[in-house]
Write a protein that binds this ligand. Structure first.
Ligand code: NCD
Length: 358
């Protein structure tokens, strides 16, 4: 089953060339934003945020307003009919009839794909549980493109909660195909990168190493991508308390980094980067957040420029009696969704990519 619209659910649905087009367009907009001030005149964007957000939501909204369009939506499902028990399909189906483009963040893995099955306008995934965050990845790419001058031949350290952080999953999936990218996964065993992401990297010949010590990794890095421990993805507060504070990029560790290192973070930070690091010229996280507006302007223009470009949405088969092994998969919350998987014995969920034995 193909999508009816140009959705942005997983960057890997489109070719690498198209991401580069978006990054280059974003860079052009950054240099001359006023040239695009009326590009979305008369268009409406809906932002449906079922989960807290500052940067992603506001940068999408700013992007649409700066393109001359208007915005509708909610940032607290408790004030919408979701609070009355409305399911995801009905809410997104209705809102997609009001808007030209819909941006959605949801706590369940695979929610954006689920909404795209029935939505009546293009949908952009603004984060689905711990799964993916494609517009953040494009923001990260624009940061690399402008600050390092390339998206190839980079040693990128990813540090912190690699298990639950959707930004690092998205980034690995996207950059796996770029030449000369080497990842260093810096985390504790409890917060390690999921096996399915490692398998994707291995299949595309992308090198990665694992390192428990941030100090040891520092000297080899062109880029350090810090992440917070994702409190909201833990089953209990005690479990989070045990793991929080695992890594802290203080000034002493910064001193071990190269002169041309850049430090990125999708933000919000909690305590993994003390504020006295902000003045270091290698700290790029505030600029990175600023780049997010231009990337989202480019993304909106791209999607609205070709609203009905088709991408594969469900490519596998329905297995009615198989339940996805991932407890946070959207199929467990929204029971009407068909259970689609790729493969035959080891089944890959089409919503969240988790593997389940048939
Ligand atoms: C990230 C997210 O929501 O996944 N934030 C963002 O979008 N900039 C990272 C995070 O919440 O830790």
């Amino acid at each position: 089953m193909d999508s009816r619209y140009t959705n942005v659910i997983d960057l890997n649905d489109m070719g690498t060339g198209r991401w580069l087009d978006i990054v280059k367009l974003a860079s052009k907009i950054y240099d001359d934003p006023s040239a695009y001030a009326k590009a979305c005149d008369g268009k409406i964007m809906a932002t449906l945020f079922y989960e807290p957000s500052t940067r992603t939501q506001m940068s999408f909204q700013t992007a649409m307003l700066r393109l001359g369009g208007t915005i509708i939506g909610f940032d607290n499902p408790a004030t919408s009919s979701v609070a009355k028990g409305e399911n995801l399909k009905d809410t997104t189906k209705i809102v997609s009839g009001y808007a030209d483009i819909m941006v959605m963040r949801h706590p369940s893995d695979g929610a954006a794909k689920a909404a795209a099955l029935t939505a009546d306008c293009p949908i952009i995934n603004a984060g689905d549980g711990g799964h993916l965050h494609p517009s953040q990845t494009l923001t990260d790419m624009l940061t690399l493109y402008r600050e390092k001058g390339r998206l190839t031949d980079l040693t990128i350290g990813l540090c912190g909660d690699l298990k639950n952080g959707r930004t690092v999953h998205s980034m690995c999936k996207a950059l796996a195909g770029f030449e000369g990218i080497k990842f260093v996964f810096i985390s504790t065993p409890q917060l390690g990168m999921p096996q399915y992401i490692k398998d994707i990297l291995m299949a595309s010949g992308c090198t990665f190493t694992e390192e428990a010590s941030l100090e040891a990794a520092m000297p080899s890095l062109d880029v350090l991508y810090m992440t917070r421990v994702q409190k909201e993805r833990f089953a209990s507060e005690e479990e989070y308390d045990r793991l929080k504070g695992a890594y802290c990029l203080d000034r002493a560790k910064m001193a071990l980094g190269r002169k041309d290192l850049i430090v990125m973070h999708p933000l919000p930070r909690v305590d993994e980067i003390p504020m006295d690091v902000d003045d270091d010229p290698r700290a790029m996280y505030f600029k990175q957040a600023h780049y997010g507006v231009f990337v989202r302007m480019a993304l909106i223009l791209t999607v609205l420029g070709e609203p009905d470009r088709k991408y594969p949405l469900l490519v596998g088969k329905e297995f009615r009696s198989v339940n996805c092994a991932n407890p946070n998969c959207i199929t467990h919350k929204e029971k009407y969704l068909p259970h689609y998987f790729r493969g035959t014995d080891l089944l890959e969920c089409e919503y969240c990519d988790e593997r389940t034995l048939n």
